[in-house]
Ligand binder design. Structure first.
Ligand SMILES: [Zn+2]
Length: 444
């Protein structure tokens, strides 16, 4: 729990600064208490909202004392899960978007994430995922997918995740992919559905507004290698490393293959580990005219990786500096580390107690507040799991965290047990305001 020190008491401070008008006055519960109550749902990976009433029951446990300590409150009862629901219904999404930004800015300012920078930029992985799926029409904003025998109604979202050291993927921007109000009057068949590229056009101005000075490098799969993304990168002053697929840009790919033969000097062999051989080749100033007649010029990189005599070809387009000294880093940090968003991002959130695809709530706006709470809790969990404090704790027992806990699921379970049965000690908080808290992340 000492990881909390990294954000506490600032998290309470930030919450205090969210205007009260954001919250309907709650006579019984302080807003700080209710936000910690909501975060607990995900910090302890309880899987479903009603589990709050059982796993965090206060009888015969230290839950109430611990929650009061975290929230700096003096509540004498705990809420029930419906109270959280009611509370989020009044607060909406915005306060949690602000909290997430404050927490991430804290990590950025303290330079805790700097080891992951690529040519000075933070790599921002863009990816969309399914969130909720319904068999019946759920709301006016549902995306509609017709199958032969049935129709499904979905909510998806586009995430911008900052790729940090130690395989962290920290939620930085979220745009819900949903049909907009302006075409709600049209029949479902006539509506042009929202999609991740349209969502990107809405996400970028907000992301830039939240982080006006930060150097960003957008990283996305082949779908993003198009005029829209390149224009957005230009408009919002971002660099980019995007997957280059033959099928997606066939004419540019042909040109690329021809030019590769003409620049044999742009070549580097690399052996990242035993049995793995990589050959990098690249072409500068490859030109591409998009569907709207805009012309773009970028560097294209090809990596042929051979593992046990099986060769796979990867390629990217980028406006970063590419040379023999930088090509491996650009391809690795900007291109291949994208899978962190899959592993540490969506897969983790779907296949753990965070339970991303579970409908914590089906209200067309309210489910978004749950989503933000999940992202904030996951940020805290990643800092906890990847940080040096857990390593030190395990080292005191002469083991690694993995040897001590065995799995992330076990860590979540132990965290819940200690929250239930142990009173958070003073060491969880900062007794001396001059004491500096430092959490390091393994950048190897
Ligand atoms: Zn819906």
């Amino acid at each position: 729990m000492r990881t909390i020190r990294h954000f506490w008491p600032d998290l309470n401070d930030w919450l205090e600064r969210v205007p009260d008008s954001r919250f309907q006055p709650f006579v019984t519960y302080d807003k700080r208490f209710l936000v910690w109550w909501g975060l607990s749902l995900f910090l302890f990976q309880l899987r479903a909202r009603r589990q709050l009433d059982f796993d965090l029951d206060c009888r015969d446990s230290e839950v109430l004392k611990n929650l009061n300590r975290l929230a700096n409150t003096k509540q004498d009862t705990r809420p029930v899960h419906k109270t959280l629901h009611h509370f989020l219904g009044h607060s909406g999404v915005e306060p949690y978007a602000i909290l997430r930004r404050q927490m991430l800015q804290r990590l950025i300012r303290s330079k805790a994430l700097d080891a992951a920078r690529l040519q000075g930029c933070f790599v921002i992985a863009l990816d969309a995922t399914g969130h909720l799926v319904f068999r019946e029409k759920h709301c006016e904003h549902c995306l509609v997918q017709k199958h032969e025998t049935h129709t499904v109604y979905m909510h998806q979202l586009l995430e911008a995740k900052l790729l940090g050291p130690a395989n962290m993927a920290l939620s930085m921007g979220t745009e819900f992919i949903e049909n907009q109000d302006d075409n709600a009057a049209l029949a479902a068949e006539a509506r042009k559905q929202d999609c991740e590229l349209k969502a990107l056009s809405r996400l970028m101005p907000r992301l830039r507004g939240d982080y006006p000075q930060l150097r960003l490098c957008l990283s996305g799969d082949g779908l993003y290698a198009c005029g829209r993304t390149l224009q957005l990168a230009k408009d919002y002053k971002c660099n980019y490393v995007l997957v280059f697929k033959e099928g997606h840009l066939p004419a540019v790919w042909r040109e690329f293959q021809t030019l590769l033969k003409l620049c044999p000097e742009n070549r580097l062999e690399h052996r990242p580990s035993d049995g793995v051989h990589q050959e990098y080749r690249w072409v500068h100033e490859l030109s591409y005219e998009d569907g709207e007649g805009r012309t773009w010029s970028f560097t294209a990189i090809q990596c042929q990786e051979t593992v046990h005599e099986e060769t796979t070809t990867y390629a990217w387009i980028t406006d970063l500096h590419v040379s023999k000294n930088t090509v491996v880093e650009v391809a690795t940090k900007g291109g291949r580390h994208r899978w962190h968003i899959e592993n540490q991002g969506f897969n983790r959130q779907k296949n753990s107690g965070l339970n991303l695809e579970h409908a914590y709530c089906t209200h067309p706006e309210l489910f978004k507040a749950y989503y933000y709470l999940m992202q904030i809790a996951h940020l805290i969990l990643q800092v906890f799991e990847a940080g040096s404090l857990l390593k030190h704790l395990a080292a005191e027992c002469g083991r690694t965290p993995w040897q001590l806990f065995g799995s992330l699921k076990n860590i979540a379970q132990r965290l819940l047990e200690s929250f239930r049965y142990r009173i958070l000690g003073d060491s969880v908080f900062v007794p001396d305001p001059t004491e500096r808290i430092q959490i390091r992340f393994d950048s190897s």
